[in-house]
Design a protein around this ligand. Structure first.
Ligand code: HEC
Ligand code: HEC
Length: 293
């Protein structure tokens, strides 16, 4: 057995153990590590005494401080509900003008409305409400049914051509398929409708067709779309003189509309959204429409 000796290179003592000529230096674990281990142990033992920790058979040790994260969660949920009910009450009780004049309520309308719109409306009307083929732009386009908040609220509540008893009802008739107009008249009135939004369509060659188309329009279409084609809220018939189209403004789309008719479905939201949410969405849409003007 070798004796402990001083290592020449490092200057440390060796332990006296030797393996095939390799000697082990006697360098103990530094004191700071012991201090750290001891204080960590003291801390953990104290912590298990103060905080909920050891499991028992039916229960667990609750800790001397009585900390309870479930209680904290319950409390913040309760606070959230209280805050929501304070603004839901205001949304339900106040009239539209008062709400629109209240900046803090309108901030709630914008934040919550954006979320509700994304969840319930964006699939059809697009994320910004600017429409998709077959689904109207409800922010920038002239309104079909009316765009004061109360009217929008009613549209959302009952829907259009929906399953609701009081649904709004609007139908573009199938003038071609149902033989309400001969095909030649369908073509003429389509050309006339094109000129309403794009006067450049009119040339010397089609002047006669357009003239006859105007008469066909006055006799068959004006009752719903208005004398000048700007739409009527009573019938829900859209404005045909602008650049916004639900089903497309190119000749073949317009012809398809006049030949086969159209009947878009806007679902009813009564029973699916609370009255407060329906009102809030109406305010949200009206607010975006105002901002877009
Ligand atoms: C399943 C598709 C669909 C969903 C979802 C949908 N809509 Fe509609 N919406 C339509 C269609 C189609 C129309 C046009 C119906 C028509 O006039 O023929 C319409 C029309 C409207 C109108 C009337 C526009 C005008 O010019 O008067 C408003 C307002 C409206 N939607 C708001 C909403 C809101 C708010 C939501 C979400 C709660 C929503 N829509 C969800 C399909 C949808
Ligand atoms: C009974 C009322 C009614 C009559 C009559 C009627 N329309 Fe319509 N029209 C509507 C309604 C309602 C819509 C919207 C349908 C929808 O959104 O699904 C519409 C939609 C349209 C569209 C589609 C607009 C778009 O944005 O894509 C065109 C084009 C159109 N009508 C042209 C005509 C022409 C041309 C005639 C006459 C030959 C006519 N309409 C007669 C009610 C009518």
């Amino acid at each position: 057995m070798a004796l402990s000796e001083r290592d020449k290179v490092s200057g440390h003592m060796t332990t006296g153990h030797e393996w095939n000529g390799i000697k082990e230096l006697n360098t103990p674990v530094p004191r700071v590590v012991y201090i750290f281990l001891i204080s960590a142990t003291i801390f953990s033992v104290t912590w298990t005494i103060l905080m909920p920790s050891w499991p028992g058979i039916n229960d667990y040790f609750r800790g001397l401080l009585g900390a309870d994260q479930q209680a904290e969660v319950r409390q913040s949920v309760a606070e959230g509900v209280a805050e929501r009910s304070s603004w839901t009450d205001a949304i339900v009780d106040e009239d539209f003008t008062t709400i629109r004049a209240d900046p803090s309520l309108m901030q709630t309308v914008r934040e919550t409305g954006k979320m509700l719109f994304a969840e319930n409306c964006a699939a059809c009307h697009g994320a910004e409400g600017l429409g998709n083929p077959g689904f109207p732009n409800i922010i920038q386009a002239p309104t079909m049914w009316g765009d004061d908040p109360a009217t929008i609220m009613e549209t959302i509540r009952v829907g259009i051509n929906s399953a609701h008893d009081e649904t709004r009802y609007g139908q573009m008739l199938a003038f071609g398929r149902d033989q309400m107009l001969p095909l030649s008249d369908v073509d003429r009135v389509v050309t006339y409708v094109q000129t309403l939004s794009d006067p450049a369509i009119a040339t010397a060659d089609n002047a006669e067709d357009i003239g006859e188309g105007a008469t066909i329009f006055a006799d068959n279409c004006a009752a719903c779309h208005g004398e000048t084609g700007t739409g009527m809220q009573e019938t829900g018939a859209p404005n045909l003189t602008d650049q916004y189209w639900i089903y497309g403004g190119d000749r073949s789309s317009i012809r398809h509309t006049v030949y086969y008719g159209r009947q878009g479905l806007m679902p009813t939201w009564e029973g699916r959204l609370t009255p407060a949410y329906i009102k809030l969405l109406a305010l949200y849409v009206a607010d975006l429409r105002t901002a877009a003007k």
